[in-house]
Design a protein around this ligand. Structure first.
Ligand code: ZN
Ligand code: FE
Length: 245
């Protein structure tokens, strides 16, 4: 049986499932809907749903990369759910039934917000739920880091990160990968100060195999070099350094 981590919020609960090498898939569930976010693999998600007696109504993909979408078809076949993902990546998302662009969505009776955040891929989206201040960042923002620029420009990614920075500080960051400790090492190497408390906490969590995700925007604004970059130029430089770190 796969392990999972439960986060209880007012409007829904989030089940966090480590999959593949270092990915996180999430199941967002309340009385009205059950949405699987970024299922990079069908098998562990299907067995988790059966174990917890959940019937997915939706799959939501933040972007087209295989480690976030490979489970789409298997889960869709098993449960007959809808598949929602970024419209401009529709041709690269298996089983897509509805293309999303920036703006409001209604999910499980809740008002969510799709934020367009290109940079990692050309049409990457973020999913924001204001009521509980929850943000799914896929591969745009990680704990202590950000995604690589595969299809977008540094300028696009910089703007995407500014969008995240504008959200309330209490926002919880649920991202697509467990990269936190490596990211902290990089942050240290570029002179970010006051990382000790976070490093101790995250190291302890990882030793017990507990996710460091979710983080909060408040913490990220203190430790994440990519959010601390004051200009596109500074961001570009940091991203280049990280690519070769
Ligand atoms: Zn990706
Ligand atoms: Fe990924």
């Amino acid at each position: 049986m796969e392990s999972h981590y439960l986060h209880q919020f007012e409007s829904f609960k989030i089940i966090q499932i480590p999959i593949l090498k270092d990915n996180y898939a999430y199941i967002l569930t309340n009385e009205k809907c059950t949405a699987v976010i970024d299922p990079g693999d069908a098998t562990p998600i299907i067995s988790k749903c059966k174990e917890l007696n959940l019937w997915p109504t939706h799959i939501l993909n933040t972007h087209h990369h295989w480690d976030h979408t490979n489970g789409n078809l298997g889960i869709k076949e098993e449960f007959g759910c809808e598949v929602w993902g970024p419209l401009s990546e529709a041709d690269r998302i298996p089983g897509l039934s509805k293309g999303l662009t920036e703006g409001p969505i209604i999910l499980g009776g809740l008002n969510g917000q799709v934020l367009s955040a290109p940079g990692h891929t050309k049409a990457h989206i973020l999913l924001y739920f204001k009521l509980d201040q929850i943000l799914f960042t896929g591969d745009v923002l990680f704990c202590g880091g950000c995604g690589r620029l595969f299809e977008g420009s540094a300028n696009e990614m910089y703007i995407s990160l500014q969008k995240i920075k504008a959200l309330p500080a209490q926002t919880r960051i649920f991202c697509g990968h467990e990269y936190s400790l490596k990211n902290l090492e990089f942050a240290k190497s570029v002179g970010i100060k006051n990382l000790e408390t976070t490093e101790i906490a995250w190291t302890r969590q990882r030793e017990k195999n507990i996710p460091t995700v979710p983080s909060t925007l408040e913490l990220e604004l203190k430790i994440n070099p990519f959010l601390l970059a004051r200009s596109v130029e500074e961001f570009t430089q940091l991203r280049l350094l990280k690519d070769n770190f």
